[in-house]
Every structure is written in structure tokens, then in C-alpha cells.
Ligand binder design. Structure first.
Ligand code: GLU
Length: 420
């Protein structure tokens, strides 16, 4: 099996260090700590796939389930060139905390395939997805582990996944995966859920300062399924989106970008690069743009000790999983820059996934309005709990969120006791 990169090992260490910190703050029982520090199941699979050229290529797939204590496990599938076991392990642990904080009846999981979707045809993507679904089938299912979209995957891949799983069990099983197209039992609002959730959490935080999104100057790293929704929703609320970046480049306009026009440009050209309504800037400069709110909505490890001293925002809202390193956390705290942590701010996706899973079980469809309102109220509740815990425990919001989550899962592990 190909090894992970040093960055992934670092991400795994960060995940463990976060648990250590929360455990120290809440004085976690050592037995509970032992139950939580290691993933319960990790599966690595080799996927022989016929390419369009006729060549047979082995891809590597992963699925890590962090805790089986809370119910089935839940978490996305990412198709990225640098995927590794360590990356999935760290992200599975993050998912456990996210689900626990949001009071969803799931443990955390993460998986996917090491590949570059940009280099693959539709047929190749389908064969990789189906073979992957077939290989991990023994450990997934509506009561076992329910995948969802993540980087490099979306409704199309979830539809193939659903179909492959249903063939294996002999009947249509819509609750085996979330993020499906609506025609297949997907829920209204799942696609926008992560981005919308980011905006709901930001609104709740601004409200405590007597502010609203209107008039806030926002910079967004990433213009994919999450970043583009954050940009559109904030623009619609009167915020000024002053800079946006994606894999192809970055653009900035201090007076605010016309977001619908930018979205149209990206649909046509595939990237924000070259957008005529704003000035081109270096991709790395995005994080250092002068703004009120900075939204990292791309990948992990973006705000580091190297760039944290140069950030010019007053609030960071983590729309991606793990975008800030612990060293950068300390620098931001010292500089008085507030932060809404990933486990809270990026929780909208898995919350609406939960709604989709429930609907799949019930064979009953909720309205878009119901979904939106439930999402809003669940995230606002979680935000209040985090603010309260941060005050009570005297710690930053990331640590407070983790303390709440770890306490919940630790208590459940204690109650279930150790078998045999
Ligand atoms: N991949 C998303 C996340 O990181 C969603 C997971 C899900 O919906 O299960 O939160």
C-alpha cells in the first residue's frame, strides 16, 4: 500500500493532539480515552480498474471508521490524488466530534480513492466508484456505515454507489448513502447544506455582536460546493465578497465581487481565474487579503504558523475540515482573531445527510423549507452550546466544541462498557 505523505501524518497527529487537549480540560477517564484514541476499523482495498485505453490499473481505496459506539458511522468519500490511511484516520476522528457536537446518532468515518478526477473520464470514474463500493460493501450499510460526498465526489458518484450497493443486497436501499440526486431519494438542500450551514453559524456569531452579514467584507478560499454557496448566500444577504480563490487562481475586488456573475464565469471556464470583474491576485495571497471574515473552504492545513501573523481579518470561519494548524491557532488567539471551528461551522453537510438518512428509512420526504429550518435551528443550538461551554471552561471555541463532543462520546462508551 502506498504510504501517506508527511502532511497526512501531521494531520493525524493534530487529530490526536486535539483529543489530548480536550481530555485534559474535561479530565477524561483514562478508559474512555483509550476507547477514543484509535480508529476502530480501517480497510484498505486495491481496485483493479480497466481504463479507457484498455490498460488495467490498480487504484487504492480506504475506509476508516473511528468509533462504533454512537450508532452507524458517517462521513464522506474523497477522490483526491494524495489520499492516505492517515488522512482518512484523522478526518474520521473529526467526523466523530462533528456528529457528537451536533447530537447526530453517528460515529465518524472517512474514506475514498486515491485518484485525480480531473484526469479521468466519466466511464473511468464510474468503474472506480462501483469497484470501490463493491470492495467496501462488507463494512457499510444503512445500519453500519453511510458514506456521503466529500472532495472530488458529488451526486453522480453517490448515485453509482447507491446502485452498486443495491445490486449487492438485492433491493433498492436508499439509506445506504447520502448526497444522492433527489430523483433517487436525495433530500432537497443537501447539495447546499455545508455552505448554508457555514452562513447560519456565522449569522449566529455576528448576532451576538449586534451585527448582520450585510456590510461584512468576506474573503473565501475555495469556490467549490462549499465556497460557492457561502459566497452566493452572503452576497444575497448584502455582504461584500472581496476575494475568492480556487485551484486555478484567485481574484479580488475591494468594493465587492458580483458573485452571480462570477458563478456564471466559473460554470463556463471552470475556474475563477480570468474573471473580468475583479483583479487577479496570487492564490496564496487570498488568505492575507484585508477583510472582516475569512472563510477557508478548501482543504486542511491552509492557515499555518507561516501565514497566520499576516492574516488581516477579525474572524475566521472554518468551512473546510482542519484548515488551521495548532501553531496557527495559537498565533490567531494571541492576535485576538476569533475563530468558528470546523466541527461546528462545517457541520451543515452531515446534518442534512442525517435528515436524508432518516427520510430514506421512513420512505417519507420532507420539504425544502423544513430541511432549511431544522438545519438552522440545530446549528444555532450547537453554536449556543459551544459559546456557553467556552465561557464555563475558560477555553477557546475549538477546544470547547471538542470538549462537548468528547464528553458525549466518552460517556456513551462508558455506559456501553467493554465487551467481553
Ligand atoms: N463530507 C462531509 C463532511 O466532511 C459530509 C459528510 C456526510 O454528510 O456524511 O462533513
Amino acid at each position: 500500500m502506498p504510504a501517506g505523505t508527511a502532511d497526512d501524518t501531521r494531520l493525524y497527529e493534530v487529530a490526536c493532539a486535539q483529543l489530548d487537549r480536550a481530555a485534559a480540560v474535561i479530565d477524561l477517564d483514562p478508559d474512555q480515552y483509550t476507547r477514543l484514541i484509535e480508529p476502530r476499523r480501517s480497510l484498505v482495498v486495491s481496485l483493479p480498474v480497466r481504463m479507457d485505453t484498455g490498460e488495467l490499473v490498480n487504484f487504492t481505496g480506504f475506509r476508516v471508521q473511528h468509533t462504533l459506539t454512537m450508532g452507524p458511522t458517517k462521513g464522506g468519500l474523497r477522490f483526491v490524488p494524495d489520499l492516505s490511511l492517515a488522512q482518512c484516520g484523522a478526518l474520521a476522528m473529526f467526523m466523530t466530534w462533528k456528529c457528537a457536537l451536533l447530537a447526530l446518532p453517528f460515529g465518524g468515518a472517512k474514506g475514498g480513492v486515491r485518484c485525480d478526477p480531473a484526469q479521468l473520464s466519466t466511464g473511468e470514474m464510474e468503474r472506480i466508484t462501483r469497484r470501490y463500493a463493491a470492495e467496501i460493501e462488507p463494512i457499510i450499510g444503512p445500519e453500519q456505515d453511510i458514506p456521503a460526498p466529500d472532495l472530488g465526489t458529488g451526486e453522480r458518484e453517490m448515485a453509482w454507489f447507491y446502485d452498486t450497493y443495491s445490486h449487492a443486497v438485492g433491493h433498492a436501499e436508499p439509506a445506504c448513502v447520502t448526497g444522492k440526486p433527489q430523483a433517487l431519494g436525495g433530500t432537497p438542500g443537501r447539495k447546499e447544506a455545508t455552505g448554508l450551514g457555514v452562513v447560519f453559524v456565522l449569522e449566529a456569531a455576528l448576532e451576538r455582536e449586534g451585527k448582520v452579514p450585510a456590510g461584512q467584507r468576506v474573503a473565501i478560499q475555495g469556490f467549490g460546493n462549499v465556497g460557492a454557496v457561502v459566497a452566493a448566500e452572503l452576497h444575497a444577504r448584502g455582504a461584500q465578497v472581496v476575494a475568492v480563490s480556487d485551484i486555478g487562481g484567485a481574484v479580488a475586488a475591494p468594493e465587492g465581487i458580483d458573485v452571480p456573475a462570477l458563478a456564471g464565469w466559473v460554470r463556463e471556464h471552470g475556474s475563477v481565474a480570468g474573471f473580468p470583474g475583479a483583479a487577479a491576485i496570487e492564490r496564496d495571497a487570498l488568505l492575507e487579503v484585508d477583510c472582516d471574515v475569512l472563510v477557508p473552504a478548501a482543504r486542511e492545513g491552509q492557515i499555518t504558523a507561516a501565514n497566520a501573523p499576516r492574516l488581516r481579518c477579525r474572524l475566521v470561519v472554518e468551512a473546510a475540515n482542519g484548515p488551521t494548524t495548532p501553531e496557527a491557532d495559537a498565533i490567531l488567539a494571541e492576535r485576538g482573531i476569533a475563530l468558528l471551528p470546523d466541527v461546528l461551522a462545517s457541520g451543515g453537510g452531515v446534518t442534512v445527510s442525517y435528515f436524508e438518512w432518516v427520510q430514506g428509512h421512513q420512505k417519507y420526504v420532507w420539504t425544502a423549507e423544513e430541511i432549511r429550518e431544522r438545519l438552522r435551528s440545530q446549528l444555532r443550538d450547537a453554536h449556543s452550546r459551544v459559546v456557553e461551554a467556552s465561557g464555563q471552561l475558560g477555553v477557546d471555541q475549538r477546544t470547547a466544541a471538542l470538549c462537548l463532543a468528547v464528553r458525549r462520546v466518552g460517556e456513551a462508551a462508558q455506559l456501553r462498557a467493554v465487551f467481553p
